[in-house]
Unconditional design. Structure first.
Length: 338
């Protein structure tokens, strides 16, 4: 069982996730009951009060199904609000290196059709160090492509390189809190490459170079960073990331520092700080400042292998908010075998 509680400047404390998970000891299936976020293949993620499950069927098929009431924080669901969806997947070769899946979902608000989509996804391990994947979701309400993504990745020694392409519409994006996510994930087509290099046994260096197309305007999307693990398990680490995001009327540059430290066997602390500097700092009459900060601090306590308590507080400033503070608490308990 896990419980997530959150609160912010503009909302009272609310339950974000309250879920009980039941697993078959023989690993034939799992059922989750309660408030949860469901991600099923290429279907858009949904926040739902209901039931979601996965079962292993004969002939190597896996069946996922979910349904319930869409979450409407504070206000509560309207009459005749509901959603339901399913996904079926299976390997298509004897060695299990290639797998495909198809999904379907429908959501209604006040009885009227809100979301209706079908999706397909697949992945293939061509060689031990070479993988390809693809996924697409088709909107049946406005009839059009909601999201598509393709990727090919390969590794050689300490170096791993990925080529990718994505197309996303606004209806397919989830809200995010980090300024890097909010400002950088614009509905658009995006093509590029990403690399990760194990420069040392505990040091990873990453880089991304991509272009983003919005209304046929091409802008850069660049990132570089590194992460140093302070112990063999990676329980403690420090890292830094630099970002450059171009946009016709909203380009920005930013830096992010992050750290995690295992104080003791039962305690872990972490912190992240971001600073974003917009290209255009003179065209906003709301006086939101010239630098937008974002910070997050969290602590986790594990008094026993079964219990876990975590809490976090987040503060930020952005074009939408002069200041904003949010809090989150998580409580989880496990029974039986993992």
């Amino acid at each position: 069982i896990a419980v997530w509680l959150g609160a912010g400047d503009e909302a009272d404390a609310d339950a974000l996730i309250v879920v009980v998970e039941l697993r078959d000891p023989r690993r034939h299936g799992v059922v989750r009951i309660g408030r949860q976020i469901v991600v099923a293949g290429a279907l858009r993620p949904v926040h739902v009060d209901g039931v979601a499950g996965r079962a292993h069927l004969p002939q190597a098929f896996d069946l996922e199904a979910f349904g319930g009431l869409p979450v409407v924080p504070a206000l509560g669901p309207n009459a005749y609000d509901w959603l339901v969806g399913t996904r079926l997947s299976r390997p298509i070769d004897r060695r299990g290196r290639a797998r495909v899946g198809v999904g379907w979902m429908q959501r209604r608000e006040r009885g009227e059709l809100h979301t209706h989509e079908v999706a397909a996804d697949g992945a293939w391990q061509i060689a031990p160090h070479l993988d390809v994947s693809a996924a697409a979701a088709w909107d049946l309400v406005s009839v059009g492509l909601a999201e598509a993504r393709v990727a090919a990745s390969g590794s050689r020694g300490p170096l791993r390189v990925e080529l990718f392409g994505t197309h996303r519409s606004a209806a397919h994006l989830l809200p995010a809190t980090s300024l890097f996510s909010v400002l950088g994930d614009v509905p658009a087509r995006r093509f590029g490459t990403a690399a990760r290099w194990r420069a040392a046994p505990r040091l990873d260096v990453t880089a991304t170079a991509a272009v983003r197309l919005v209304d046929d305007v091409v802008d850069e999307d660049l990132a570089a960073g590194c992460r140093l693990r302070l112990d063999d398990r990676g329980a403690s680490s420090v890292g830094v990331e630099l970002r450059r995001q171009g946009a016709p009327q909203g380009g920005w540059s930013g830096a992010r520092l992050m750290g995690r430290y295992a104080v003791a066997a039962a305690w872990t602390t972490s912190a992240e700080v971001e600073l974003v500097v917009p290209d255009d700092r003179a065209g906003d009459d709301r006086d939101r400042g010239t630098v937008w900060p974002w910070a997050l601090g969290a602590v986790t306590w594990r008094p026993s292998p079964q219990w876990e308590v975590a809490a976090a507080i987040e503060a930020s400033a952005s074009p939408e908010h002069v200041s904003r503070v949010d809090g989150l608490v998580r409580l989880s308990r496990a029974w039986g075998s993992p």
